[in-house]
Design a protein around this ligand. Structure first.
Ligand code: ADP
Ligand code: ADP
Length: 213
């Protein structure tokens, strides 16, 4: 299964990705996670990306396209993948199409998680992420068993630097301006699977599984 999951910041892409990759046994490729790992390791890419991410702006296309080209050419992507957070502009989608064509493969579906803007800020600001395994929680909607501690590996739960109300508002604006046009791009290819992301986490996953069946 070759999938993309798209939606505004805080829509629940990462949360659903955790269940999707388990069910379909495919790697989860999150450009946000890869970029944050680069920032942590102080790589050249990380230093470049941080300037944009801190403000909630998009990292330039050529940097993320190069990163994805490298990642998709690895062995574990042979039988499928779930792209989360990429593509985020039509230019990135065009570059992805060109690479898939070269590899002789096609996308199966683009899962489009719809959530109204007013729910997104509360979701993103209440998000907590495991420092080690990156599992995602929410202080109100998906709390860990013990506050501040990951259920899976006992890692410390932290808040992302860009999950402040001010930055989230800019990320939502950037989504509408630069990422939403992607939905039309993939609709024209007949790939869009629309999902109501305002429902509870389990209900959203049920919609996805039904839609992919
Ligand atoms: P994205 O990857 O789209 O930015 P996340 O999956 O990280 O979004 O979810 C953002 C926050 O909202 C997290 O704290 C997550 O636990 C919470 N969340 C995700 N899906 C739901 C849902 N259906 N209902 C309520 N909260 C949710
Ligand atoms: P969310 O969906 O919650 O906004 P992500 O982890 O996907 O979070 O992205 C966090 C930030 O990383 C974005 O605001 C952007 O700066 C950068 N980023 C991630 N993926 C891309 C991409 N494909 N193109 C450009 N910037 C990206």
């Amino acid at each position: 299964m070759r999938l993309i999951i798209v939606g505004p910041p805080g829509a629940g892409k990462g949360t659903q990705a955790e269940s999707i990759i388990e069910k379909y046994q495919i790697p989860h490729i999150s450009t946000g996670d890869i970029l944050r790992e680069n920032i942590k390791n102080e790589t050249h890419l990380g230093k470049e990306a941080k300037k944009f991410m801190d403000h909630g702006d998009l990292v330039p296309d050529h940097l993320v396209v190069a990163l994805i080209q490298d990642r998709l050419s690895r062995e574990d992507c042979k039988n499928g993948f779930l792209l989360d957070g990429f593509p985020r502009t039509v230019a990135q989608a065009v570059a992805l199409d060109a690479q898939l064509k070269k590899l002789g493969i096609k996308l199966d579906r683009v899962i489009n998680i719809n959530v109204d803007d007013d729910l997104l800020i509360e979701r993103a600001v209440g998000r907590r992420v495991c420092k080690t395994c990156k599992a995602t929680y929410h202080v109100k909607y998906n709390p860990p068993k013990e506050e501040g501690v990951c259920d899976i590996d006992g890692g410390e739960l932290i808040q992302r630097d860009d999950d402040t109300e001010k930055t989230v508002k800019n990320r939502i604006k950037v989504y509408h301006e630069q990422t939403a046009p992607l939905v039309d791009y993939y609709r024209a290819q007949g790939l869009i699977l629309n999902i109501d992301g305002s429902k509870a986490i389990g209900d959203v996953f049920d919609q996805i599984v039904k839609g992919l069946a």
